[in-house]
Design a protein around this ligand. Structure first.
Ligand SMILES: NC(=O)c1ccc[n+]([C@@H]2O[C@H](COP(=O)([O-])OP(=O)(O)OC[C@H]3O[C@@H](n4cnc5c(N)ncnc54)[C@H](O)[C@@H]3O)[C@@H](O)[C@H]2O)c1
Length: 257
């Protein structure tokens, strides 16, 4: 699949992986809506890629739906929606509800809310393509960070559910699950930064390239770090050994807090 003349929306496109996806899509000839909570960043990326900026704070109810409706009004039809925006608040499980709400809002509910408008749009149009940037943390776990792990597991679960429910109606869903990618989020990840980079530290353009190449495959999971598949298998096949290993890792990084 080439994105030539396709209409694409990328969220969290002001920097990092989202920016790289927007740039790669534009380079293939797509019309790209560049969305971010950071309006200036979205505008700058749109200006440099020939895209259209639509700012949206996806932690807020109604904003994902507004983004989709504005994008449809602008592009007429959305072919591919990259739900890429995500937050890592670096928070332990004890943090206040407000931070759990932001993590669940951006990392999970933004997908649910966007889908409320996208699925009817695609059922009417005869198909569409939703790509969730989840995380390896959504298949495994991120030690020390409950809101990120839980919200990314939920994002993968919702993507699976969408795929199961709508594949027969030509709505394709894929989940990108990277480990360490060299972005601001990784730079801000504190104690787990080295851990995330352990297998390989990828550049955003590498992940964007794999995400776009995967559009023409039937793969549900897009795993830029292939070792994630091995870890996920070990987690399912030998769960007790897996949990013991992860627990030791957590203690090593964070003590027994
Ligand atoms: N960097 C990594 O190592 C890594 C690994 C696995 C998964 N991911 C996932 O990849 C995606 C992109 O992350 P990144 O590494 O490029 O991070 P990043 O922090 O560099 O970029 C995230 C972008 O999302 C935007 N954003 C944040 N909150 C938002 C909100 N409420 N509404 C709209 N936009 C918002 C930010 O302004 C920023 O432009 C995220 O979903 C992240 O969880 C990243």
């Amino acid at each position: 699949m080439t994105l030539q003349d396709k209409n694409v929306v990328v969220t969290g496109a002001g920097r990092g992986i989202g920016r790289a996806i927007a740039e790669a899509a534009a380079a293939q000839g797509a019309r790209v809506v560049v969305s971010d909570v950071d309006q200036a960043a979205a505008t700058e990326v749109a200006d440099t890629t020939g895209g259209i900026a639509i700012a949206a704070d996806l932690s807020k109810a109604a904003e994902p739906e507004r983004l989709v409706l504005e994008a449809i009004a602008t592009l007429d039809r959305i072919d591919v929606f990259f739900g890429n925006a995500g937050v890592d608040l670096g928070a332990g499980w004890q943090v206040e509800d407000r931070l759990w709400d932001v993590a669940m809002g951006v990392n999970l509910m933004a997908h649910v809310r966007a889908a409320r408008e996208l699925i009817p749009h695609w059922l009417k149009a005869g198909g569409g393509h939703y790509v969730v940037t989840a995380s390896a943390a959504g298949l495994l776990s991120m030690v020390g960070n409950a809101p990120y792990s839980v919200s990314k597991h939920a994002a993968v679960a919702f993507a699976e559910w969408l795929s199961i429910s709508y594949a027969s109606r030509d709505i394709k869903v894929q989940a990108i699950c990277p480990q360490g990618v060299n972005t601001q989020m990784l730079q801000d990840s504190g104690a787990v930064k080295d851990l995330l980079s352990h297998d390989a530290l990828l550049e955003p353009r590498d992940v964007a390239g794999q995400a776009i190449a995967a559009l023409s495959t039937d793969a549900f999971y897009v795993l830029p770090h292939p070792s994630v598949a091995d870890y996920a298998l070990a987690r399912v096949r030998t769960p007790d050994a897996w949990l013991t290993g992860m627990s030791r890792l957590s203690d090593r990084v964070f003590g027994d807090a």
